[in-house]
Design a protein around this ligand. Sequence first.
Ligand code: AMP
Ligand code: ZN
Ligand code: FE
Ligand code: FE
Length: 273
Amino acid sequence: MPRRVELHCHSIFSDGTLTPAELVSRAVKNGVDLLTLTDHDSISGGPDLFSAAQAAGLDVRLGIEINCAGEGAADRVHVLGYGINPASAGFAERLTEFRERRTVRSKRIVESLRALGIAIEFDHVRSGAHETLGRPHVADALRRLGVVKSRKEAFERFLIKGKPGYVESMGPSPAEAIALIRDAGGTACLAHPQTAGKEIELDALLSSGLQGLEVYYSGHSASQVRAYGDYAASRGLLVVGGSDFHGPGTGREERLGIEYSDEAAGPVLERLQ
Ligand code: AMP
Ligand code: ZN
Ligand code: FE
Ligand code: FE
């Protein structure tokens, strides 16, 4: 019987708008059999996720998404990590360091927006965040100030590369992100390869230790799913998939979960233990 599996979504511990417990109830309503929370640079959603899941009788896992930076198109590489041992040496410290760098970046973005005459302050951004900061929190602050109507509009007018509020990402290189996940006992997978774009050398990421590819993704067309699936098969990569749900009001709020056949679910479930 096919299983509905969600391997990519966000909570208030990064740039989502639902608590982990609210994600669990949504997952149950959406018919999801297995939910994995993958917040950006944070695993702090774990306690709420696991207690809500136990009460609801839902199978859950805790993963991570690390947004990268560096040469070329490295800032479009997001690495998903599954099956991590959160207690492994140095892991939590590295995440704290990444979050501190995000704070520095957010302050710089606020400065560049202020230089445009927008009366935004860093406190407006921080007050809307629970833990990990990101451009979506700047977007939300701009929305609360009445400058834009949606996260999408904030990204398009101010926050993407080439726009006046853009500040380079300060994340780790793809190789560092992959190594961090693997050193913590996890499986490192490339998120939404279509967003990463053609410039990303998938084979180079494989040399850095990448183990899986997000073949199924809410933004992938049927032909993209086929092409990435063929690539994953040719390189022996783990095929993973998710919606990248962020919650109500984010513009990324599709139904949780992707239908997996038994054949496809087997290897994934094995690696998620
Ligand atoms: P950051 O990690 O601060 O660079 O912000 C990137 C995050 O913003 C991504 O991981 C997405 O979750 C989100 N994002 C990117 N583009 C958009 C968009 N057009 N609308 C809403 N959210 C977006
Ligand atoms: Zn996000
Ligand atoms: Fe991502
Ligand atoms: Fe994501």
